[in-house]
Design a protein around this ligand. Structure first.
Ligand code: ADP
Length: 447
């Protein structure tokens, strides 16, 4: 059904139908004209044959019976007694049974078949007289002839199929730029690659669809350059922010040491927490900008997953302690993966950090890894608050936080999973999540 809704198919059907109607009209005109001419000819022909035989009888030519019987020239003539009994000449049962009448050539119908009949009564010497009859069938099959049937049965279907195929091919070619536009738009959406452009064929220069493709390409150029500028700005801004944030952080820590009262300690702690959050945010933004702009250094080497998981657990141990969360590694020695160690560590640490942030008091986080064929699966599972179904697809988005109101409490930036996903993509891997709200969450990396 989908096929019939395409513009290509509809145009093809329209022109093929139009051509069929045109052929039908032309055929009808040709047929009615030739039918008229043919009948006039037949009329002339049988009138002439009958008149000539009549003259021969007048001149008492004795071989007239033989001529009527055998001569091709008089094949439509037959002779009858005055009482209608057949004597000689053309014998067709239907014709022989038509009653005689003098006058002009006339049409007679016998059993649905039409004949043109011309009768002349002839008196001759001592004989009672004759009826001379000229007659010919006017059946359409005979009139129209074999060639017309060949045209209808063979040439027309061939013409229709050729028109349909030719029409379809031409419209398909004409619509090619639209297909290119659709394909490119799909590629940009699915592969998230704004560098793709619509293929243009210079032979179509001057056509509207060519102009549309070129204009869309120019628009994509403009969008790409705007995105580039924005990325560059994010990258530059993040870079510039790094030093002041580090200064705030160290000064906050110094302030904490100098603090005497509980209130002063609380203020210093707050500064440290916010500065750490900012530091995390800025380094996340910088990393994303580098990966997006293909500027991220990527040192691929054989990495021992177990060792990386151990470092990540060590890094997060203090955080876990605050909520009495148990971090367990279930990774055998010797599971190797081709990766950038620092980036992989950052991804795993991020996932463990989330499991702690959104984990329950005294809960646990289990990190495991298995080899599946040539690939390695790393799983970070916790028995925390879980993720409701409606958020599952959105959590990978930049700055997406489920519980915005409590982001301060969690110390969340909304950038963590976007960074993890970019890192895994850079490795040619995939990351997915399964969760039961209130029960558990499991992130699975496949590299
Ligand atoms: P952040 O944690 O800084 O808010 P993320 O991108 O890491 O940003 O996570 C996005 C959101 O996904 C978080 O706000 C949180 O609601 C949810 N989330 C991530 N990991 C977990 C987890 N292990 N358990 C429950 N929710 C999670």
């Amino acid at each position: 059904m989908k096929h019939f809704t395409s513009v290509k198919t509809r145009i093809t059907i329209w022109y093929t139908g139009l051509m069929l109607i045109l052929i039908a009209v032309v055929l009808f005109l040709v047929w009615s004209l030739s039918y008229k001419l043919l009948i006039e000819n037949i009329e002339k022909d049988i009138t002439l044959q009958v008149t000539q035989i009549s003259e021969k009888i007048t001149k008492r030519q004795f071989d007239v019976f033989r001529i009527v019987d055998r001569d091709e020239e008089f094949k439509n003539v037959s002779l009858y007694e005055k009482n209608g009994r057949y004597i000689t000449g053309q014998y067709i049962y239907d014709i022989a049974n038509i009653g005689f009448a003098e006058g002009k050539p006339r049409r007679e119908t016998v059993d649905g078949k039409v004949y043109l009949v011309y009768d002349v009564q002839k008196h001759s010497g001592g004989h009672d007289g004759f009826w001379i009859r000229g007659a010919e069938s006017l059946n359409s099959g005979m009139i129209f002839g074999r060639s017309a049937i060949v045209v209808i049965l063979i040439i027309i279907p061939v013409l229709v199929v050729t028109t349909a195929l030719g029409g379809y091919y031409i419209t398909k070619k004409a619509f090619m730029p639209i297909n290119n536009i659709i394909d490119t738009a799909n590629e940009i959406c699915t592969q998230r690659d704004i560098k793709k452009r619509i293929a243009t064929d210079d032979s179509g220069k001057g056509e509207e669809l060519y102009a549309l493709s070129v204009t869309l390409n120019q628009m994509l150029d403009k969008i790409e350059s705007l995105i580039e500028q924005e990325k560059q700005f994010t990258s530059d801004a993040s870079h510039e922010l790094r030093t002041p944030i580090s200064v705030i952080l160290t000064q906050g820590e110094y302030l904490f040491e100098l603090a005497e009262s509980e209130k002063e300690k609380e203020i210093a702690e707050n500064i440290i927490m916010k500065a750490k959050q900012l530091k995390e945010l800025v380094s996340g933004l910088l990393l994303l900008a580098r990966i997006d702009g293909n500027r991220q250094k990527f040192n691929k080497e054989k990495v021992d997953v177990g060792a990386v998981v151990d470092i990540a657990i060590d890094d997060m141990r203090n955080e876990a302690k605050k909520k009495d969360i148990l971090l367990i590694s279930n990774v055998r020695d010797g599971i190797m993966v081709e990766a950038d160690e620092i980036l992989l560590l950052s991804a795993i640490t991020n996932l463990i950090s989330n499991s702690i942030k959104y984990g329950k008091q005294s809960g646990n986080v289990l990190i495991s890894a298995i080899k599946v064929g040539a690939r390695v699966e790393i799983i970070v599972a916790d028995n925390g608050i879980g993720i409701a179904k409606e958020h599952i697809d959105k959590i990978w988005g930049r700055f997406y936080r489920i519980d915005d109101a409590r982001s301060d409490e969690y110390g969340s930036t909304g950038l963590g999973l976007a960074v993890v996903k970019s890192i895994i993509k850079l490795h040619g891997g995939e990351i997915s999540v399964k969760s039961e709200p209130g029960e558990r969450t499991e992130f699975r990396i496949v590299i």
